[in-house]
Design a protein around this ligand. Structure first.
Ligand code: G3I
Length: 393
């Protein structure tokens, strides 16, 4: 029995796993294309978009990245991103990152991510046109003034026209549900206060007007566990989607963020599966958009911890990926060193920022550890994507 396979060997295995699925059969994909034997047939595709490798995939494998992570010298092993056919800007597509001050738009970082994705024939998901947390303060105050919607209109116009030919899918509204402090289960945001809960519908219609062929998504968190809050959030999101679809609002995709959390007890696997089936029945596609795992007890051995993380991801993906119309899985980062989860405690934050990084102390909730070594979670995600592609081919 040989030793632990080298990272390159595991990387090549990953490439094989993901790549080999690309030539399996043909299906209609959520991206308006049909693939047969890996060759895309594009008549239904949105021809104005460059032919993405995504067009050859019946199911996309995604990752969120930042520009600094793809620069030379970033430490990212070459080839590690090769198998991914969906790239999501982790931060640099947010309103605050684009136009922190009125009239001063800064597209460079988003442009770099888009160019990177295009260089590897991967699809880009724009993230996110509206998210309260990343709404500049000058916008928050301006929304409530007369004609405040023009701020939204102008932002959408700037983003959707600039990336019309390179970004075929957008998170239009991120995290708008709140069953604890919301108004009719909708989060009290500066948009909600200025325009009422109808701002969600208005946002989608505005986006459709400017991007007739883009796929438009609402994206939510806190939908995974067997507890009253997550259950209420699942119900509230179903009712929101039902209302939007009943009003013929151009909603194409529902994003399930899937920030798993080992302190939250048992995954509601049956309820998640039923939830996805109900969404699919409302004629929307489903995307797992931000998969990662927050550990609760980091005292055990690395093997024990990594197994626990991998098992949680496996259980979640098993519940979701067997449901209809699930089109992609994206992890919210590649390596633990870049995970937002390290910000959750001083010890994990310092573990990720020291040099060399402390792979043990940091949260181990992504496919690769702080030195880009693959963990059991990488095999779980790869395997889930491969088996889904084989199954739906
Ligand atoms: O790029 C700047 C850098 O130049 C500056 O020196 C540094 C210090 O302030 O900030 C850097 O920007 C940070 C950015 O991440 C990139 O690292 C922002 O301050 C920080 O607020 C931002 O946090 C992101 C957060 O969303 C807010 O946009 C996280 O990386 C990102 O993982 C997180 O992602 C969200 C999803 O969008 C929605 N779902 C929840 C998820 C986790 O909160």
């Amino acid at each position: 029995m040989g030793g632990e396979p080298t990272m390159m060997a595991q990387l090549n295995r990953r490439r094989f796993l993901i790549g080999s699925a690309a030539v399996v059969g043909g299906v209609a994909t959520g991206y308006g294309t049909r693939v047969l034997g890996g060759q895309s047939i594009l008549p239904e595709a949105k021809a104005q978009y460059p032919v993405h490798r995504a067009a050859h995939q019946s199911f996309l494998s995604g990752v969120a990245i930042r520009p600094d992570q793809i620069e030379t010298g970033s430490g990212l092993p070459s080839g590690l991103l090769d198998p991914y056919d969906l790239i999501v800007p982790e931060y640099h597509g947010q309103w605050s990152a684009i136009e922190y001050e009125p009239g001063k738009r800064w597209f460079d970082n988003f442009d770099r991510i888009v160019a990177y994705a295009q260089s590897r024939d991967a699809m880009v998901r724009g993230h996110a046109l509206i998210w309260e947390n990343m709404t500049p303060n000058w916008v928050r105050t301006g929304l409530s003034e007369t004609g405040g919607w023009s701020l939204v209109h102008n932002h959408f116009d700037a983003m959707l026209s600039r990336y019309r030919d390179s970004v075929p899918e957008w998170v239009v509204v991120n995290e708008c549900v709140d069953t604890e402090d919301g108004v009719d289960d909708m989060r009290q945001t500066s948009f909600q206060r200025a325009f009422g809960n109808g701002y969600v519908e208005r946002a989608f219609r505005t986006a459709r007007e400017m991007a007739p062929n883009a796929r438009l998504m609402v994206n939510e968190y806190g939908l995974e566990y067997d507890n009253p809050v997550d259950e209420a959030r699942r119900d509230a999101l179903l009712r929101l989607v039902e209302r939007l679809k009943a009003a013929n609002v151009p909603l194409d995709v529902v994003g399930l963020q899937a920030h798993l959390d080992l302190s939250k007890g048992r995954l509601a696997t049956k309820a998640i599966a039923a939830f996805c089936r109900e969404l699919a029945a409302m004629d929307v596609d489903i995307a797992v958009t931000e998969l990662d795992v927050l550990e609760h007890d980091r005292s055990g051995s690395i093997d024990t911890r990594d197994r626990r993380v991998a098992d949680e991801a496996q259980a979640y993906l098993d519940a979701v990926l067997h449901q209809p119309r699930v089109r992609s899985v994206a992890t919210w980062g590649l390596s633990d060193r870049d995970s937002w989860l390290q910000e959750r405690s001083p010890s994990t934050k310092s573990a990720a920022s020291c040099s060399p990084v402390d792979c043990t102390t940091m949260n181990r909730g992504l496919p690769y550890d702080g030195e880009f070594a693959p963990k059991p979670m990488a095999s779980v995600v790869d395997g889930a994507i491969l088996s889904t592609r084989m199954r739906i081919a």
